[in-house]
Design a protein around this ligand. Structure first.
Ligand code: SF4
Length: 726
């Protein structure tokens, strides 16, 4: 009997007229999904679909990937270079030569007047690895500024710092395949279903076949928390206390892997002495998780045959983010959960190529995980590039979060911003605006000319976007994926690689150096420079990467494929080959709610948006889900303040204020509100952003606000520029 079903309209997928599908890699998040873009007979990109044979996504895409082809023609793409003499004057269109000559001469003027480091460069986690490497060659080898960093300081630098402190090097040791083997998964500060939907789907696939405990630590009842076996609604900023206490229980009850600790780590005695102070009774009073739960989680984790921890910004964006990562590594070292299937400390990265910048951009050192502090590394790269090793500084310069204060004090006079948007992404944006106004010269390079930071620039360079170019991204699990060129760059915009190489020609030293013209030519330099190193690319080629749908480094010369896990032999990158167990005392140093500002302000990502909405705000099928800024608020707290669902409320912190729409939900406790961080003139008008001492990453998630209803919705929407539409 099909009568009922016959009456329903079947789902019809419109024929988009695709005549050719082009292989490439998604350019949003670090999951690294293989994607095919469909071109119609006129060569227009009209559809996107996942690649079935790709191990990462196995045919799936999330909402952002499904509509990614629409980016090529989205509104306010930059098509020609723009220039103006004075900030806020109208821009005029200029040729590429005029724009590049101007930028080159301004860099030389500023460096000639104030010193080499007076010109700074801040880049991104979004461009190709080959572009990062070329930018590093330009910034370190030609321009010669030591104040050069990426926006990954806002998201991943705590993970980098924590890996280096524990294991002697950056590089996530595990992979997605660990889900297939693990017997316990601990997720701290990671809302996987919304932030990394395809990684979450991989986990769900495994859970449908085999049950194992999922423990989610998050102050908010996220989607991930809702499906967890145990949800630990921790007091914000106290992860380290919980991690120390878990280690306390494990050591106290003799659940540690003594053989692994003995063979592969040092520092055990000092570490054990420190965690002895974090008994569950004491810890529970600080972190808000009851002592029985702490004991239960510690026993579950330590008794599992293999256990893994994943984390994202809930750990990293804190004044002790680096310590939090080391705390996770400590937990996995004492339980022998590094380098084995299902046992890992796996930081889930944010941007599509945050890993590529860590490996090759030279922001924090020199290419291929080389250090400015090492004479041998400086000589290595200087000889490869054909320059004097003395041209390099002997230690890294300022992080992004220290570059802006250095502009305030006049130490830095000129800035080049590449594919990042600090006017929305940095904490305390009112201060950032004044900082940018202090610059003698600002150049913004971006695919979109309406990116908010461009309001303060003197020169705008329109860059090609995602698959308008070719090159590699490295994903969360060290997998090098290939982004094939699908369509030409929009208008007269140019690939970032071309812009960097052309800029090098404006400098005497740059004219003497070799800058390969193609991405594949640059990739050959990466292969040579990585040979025999931890991140060995020498066994890879573009065709091999495409055939295998990504290859995980290291992939040594002659190897058939890559390496899923690091540290399998228990040999780490510290000089003695051992990992470090590091004691981590907890210092409560953040702003906390008080009588005047009684609410915790928490922030994070939603599935339909990416970063500062520069792209997703222009895709109708994404933006429609959350076109205006809003906050999640607990109904009991709202009732007490007279705030109702769907109305507007003003949040005020000690830095500024923002107006948002109210969404009442039990996902947040009564003393907390949550705001997606994507909107301009919104959450970062409020944030304080104290910095982690190791990673210089801001504590985006920890500050205090007060809330009041706003009666006039009209005034509210006008007042808040965050509600802008494109
Ligand atoms: Fe792209 Fe990430 Fe979505 Fe995959 S999960 S389609 S990589 S945004």
């Amino acid at each position: 009997m099909l009568f009922g079903r016959k009456k329903k309209n079947p789902i019809k997928i419109a024929d988009k007229g695709v005549v050719d599908w082009k292989y490439t890699t998604c350019g949003y998040c670090s999951t690294g999904c293989s994607i095919e873009v469909g071109l119609d007979a006129g060569g227009q990109a009209v559809a996107s679909r996942g690649v079935g044979g790709a191990d990462v996504n196995r045919g799936k895409l999330c909402l952002k990937g499904i509509f990614e082809h629409e980016l090529f023609t989205s509104s306010n793409r930059g098509s020609v270079p723009l220039m103006r003499e004075k900030r806020y004057d109208p821009f005029r269109e200029v040729s590429w030569d005029q724009a590049l000559d101007k930028v080159g001469s301004e860099i030389q003027r500023i460096q000639g007047s104030y010193g080499r480091d007076a010109f700074a460069v801040v880049s991104t986690g979004q461009i190709m690895t080959e572009e990062f490497y070329t930018l590093g060659k330009l910034a370190r080898g030609v321009i010669g500024t030591n104040n050069y960093d990426g926006n990954t300081t806002l998201c991943m630098s705590s993970a980098v710092s924590g890996y280096k402190r524990s294991f002697g090097s950056d590089g996530p040791p595990g992979c997605y395949d660990d889900f297939e083997h693990t017997e316990c998964l601990l997720a701290i500060g990671s809302n996987l279903p919304e932030q990394h939907p395809v990684i979450f789907w991989r986990l769900r696939e495994v859970l449908e076949k085999r049950k194992f405990p999922i423990i989610v630590v998050d102050p908010r009842v996220t989607m991930f928390a809702q499906m967890a076996d145990m949800h630990l609604p921790i007091t914000p900023g106290t992860d380290l206390v919980l991690l120390n206490s878990l280690a306390h229980v494990i050591l106290d009850e003799g659940l540690e892997d003594h053989g692994y600790i003995e063979a592969n780590t040092n520092g055990y005695e000092d570490f054990a002495k420190l965690v002895a102070q974090y008994d569950p009774t004491t810890a529970s009073k600080i972190c808000g998780i009851d002592e029985d739960t702490i004991r239960n989680v510690a026993r579950t984790y330590a008794r599992a045959g293999a256990a893994m921890t994943i984390w994202t910004m809930g750990i990293n964006q804190s004044t002790h983010g680096s310590d939090g990562v080391v705390g996770i590594n400590n937990l996995n070292l004492i339980t022998g959960n590094i380098g084995k299937p299902g046992g890992s400390s796996l930081s889930i990265t944010g941007q599509s190529n945050a890993m590529g910048t860590r490996e090759w951009s030279s922001c924090s050192g020199l290419p291929g995980y080389r250090a400015l502090e090492s004479e041998a590394d400086r000589e290595d790269i200087a000889s490869f590039w054909g320059i004097d090793p003395e041209f390099f500084p002997k230690k890294r310069g300022l992080f992004q979060t220290d570059i802006f204060p250095a502009i305030e004090t006049g130490q830095i006079k000129g800035l080049w911003i590449i594919a990042t948007n600090p006017m929305t992404s940095m904490t305390n944006t009112a201060r950032i605006r004044k900082t940018l106004e202090n610059l003698e010269f600002l150049v913004v390079q971006d695919a979109y000319q309406d990116v908010e930071t461009n309001e303060y620039s003197h020169v705008y360079l329109p860059a090609g976007l995602w698959a308008e170019k070719e090159g590699c991204f490295t994903n969360t699990e060290r997998r090098v994926n290939l982004t094939r060129n699908v369509v030409p760059p929009y208008g007269d915009s140019k690939p970032d690689l071309w812009i960097f190489s052309e800029m090098a020609k404006r400098f005497e030293q740059g004219r003497k150096m070799r800058f390969p013209e193609t991405a594949e030519g640059v990739f050959e330099e990466l292969r040579q420079l990585s040979k025999g190193r931890m991140l060995d690319y020498s066994g890879m080629s573009y065709d091999k990467i495409e055939q295998q749908r990504g290859i995980q480094w290291p992939c040594t010369e002659g190897a058939q494929t890559g390496t899923p896990r690091l540290y399998v032999d228990g040999k780490f990158q510290h000089a003695d080959g051992k990992a470090k167990l590091i004691p981590l005392p907890f210092v409560d140093n953040n702003e906390r709610p008080d009588e005047e500002y009684p609410f915790w302000l928490n922030s994070g990502r939603v599935v339909e948006h990416f970063h500062t909405r520069t792209r997703t705000g222009k895709i109708g099928n994404l933006n429609k889900f959350s076109p205006t800024p809003y906050m999640e608020m607990n109904p009991d707290a709202a009732r007490a303040l007279g705030v109702v669902h769907g109305s507007y409320a003003r949040l005020t912190s000690r830095r500024g204020d923002a107006v948002v729409m109210v969404q009442l939900t039990q996902r947040v406790p009564p003393n907390m509100v949550f705001i997606p961080f994507h909107f301009h003139e919104c959450v970062n008008r409020l944030t304080l952003g104290l910095l982690d001492p190791h990673s210089r990453q801001p504590a985006f998630k920890h500050c205090a606000v007060k809330i009041e209803p706003v009666a006039d919705q009209q005034a509210a929407s006008v007042r808040n520029k965050a509600a802008r539409t494109y």
